[in-house]
Design a protein around this ligand. Structure first.
Ligand SMILES: [Fe+2]
Length: 312
């Protein structure tokens, strides 16, 4: 079962105008895929689709955010044979529907919509990293770029809050073949698709208190300038930071999260770990310094005043 990563996300929303403006400001491009729904895509073709929160074709919302939340994740696979294998693994106790294009749809143990299709994502490459450090100058006689708007390259991961952590992990890992890459014992599992090399494509988090629902989606950007420039642009456009900028010790990336009117949050990531089967999963104590080496709680704050931005 060679899954390749996140191909598509479908949100159910009531305020489509706000959600549309968010994704445009975030740096995604309008998708002309002809689905009949408003959609945007990252540079590799990974797609964000918006539908009405009342759309009867969507799985019911999981969690309290019934007016705006993620309803379905489509993971790509390498070949049609992988779809067949996943269908065989799911069918004994799940309703599995074939769609017109040969993909399958079902729901996971908490009711999150889950689909697989032969991937439509395209290989994508970030620009050459021109960085000047002593002995390794790669940007000579040229100024460093400024970024006014990020260009997310790909969707790297989705995060679910779950109150059935072990059952949820067994479903994705033991049954569907996802790989655990790191873990907080009793609290969270970072997992990746078997044929993907992101540190994680799906993180299952149990914060306690019986909570469940969609938490966030993350996009990888190509330069540190995209992360900071994109985050500053989102702030200029009036979007509120959920957390960041900052840096995660687990997966190593710089991050910046924004509250998303489509549901949950959307995250810019830069310089995440890339892993393969030789990666050694570690167990981590769940404590703030393992979540963030450092971070700003509410964006760049007063520093933004120097960029002409007044915070409300
Ligand atoms: Fe994340």
């Amino acid at each position: 079962m060679n899954h390749t990563g996140v191909d598509k996300l479908i949100y159910g929303v009531r305020d489509r105008d706000a959600a549309s403006r968010f994704w445009t400001d975030f740096g995604l491009e309008p998708d002309g895929g002809g689905s009949g729904h408003a959609a945007w895509c990252a540079a590799n073709g990974a797609t964000i689709e918006l539908r009405s929160a009342d759309d009867p074709d969507l799985p019911p919302p999981v969690g309290a955010d019934v007016d705006a939340t993620l309803r379905e994740v489509t993971f790509g696979v390498q070949a049609a044979a992988d779809i067949d294998a996943l269908e065989d693994a799911l069918s004994p106790d799940h309703e599995v529907r074939r769609d017109a294009e040969g993909g399958i749809r079902t729901t996971d143990p908490l009711g999150f919509g889950l689909a697989f299709r032969v991937t439509r994502n395209r290989p994508v490459a970030a620009p050459e990293q021109d960085v000047n450090v002593p002995g390794r100058a790669t940007r000579v006689n040229r100024r460093a770029p400024r970024v006014d708007r990020a260009r997310p390259l790909e969707v790297s991961h989705v995060v679910y809050v779950t109150d059935e952590l072990e059952a949820h992990k067994e479903f994705y890992v033991d049954r569907l073949g996802f790989r655990v890459t790191d873990m907080y014992p009793g609290r969270g599992y970072f997992t990746r698709c078997s044929a993907a090399h992101h540190h994680h494509n799906l993180f299952l988090l149990n914060p306690g208190g019986g909570k469940r629902g969609f938490h966030h989606v993350a996009f990888e950007v190509g330069t540190i300038h995209d992360l900071f420039g994109g985050g500053n642009n989102m702030t200029r456009q009036g979007w509120k930071t959920m957390l960041g900028p900052g840096r995660h010790p687990i997966s190593s990336c710089y991050f910046w999260y924004f509250h998303n009117p489509s549901g949950g949050a959307a995250e810019y990531d830069f310089d995440s770990d890339v892993v393969d089967d030789d990666w050694e999963a570690a167990t981590w104590e769940s404590k703030p310094e393992n979540f963030a080496e450092w971070c700003l709680a509410e964006g760049m704050g007063e520093a933004l005043l120097y960029d002409g931005i007044q915070r409300g």
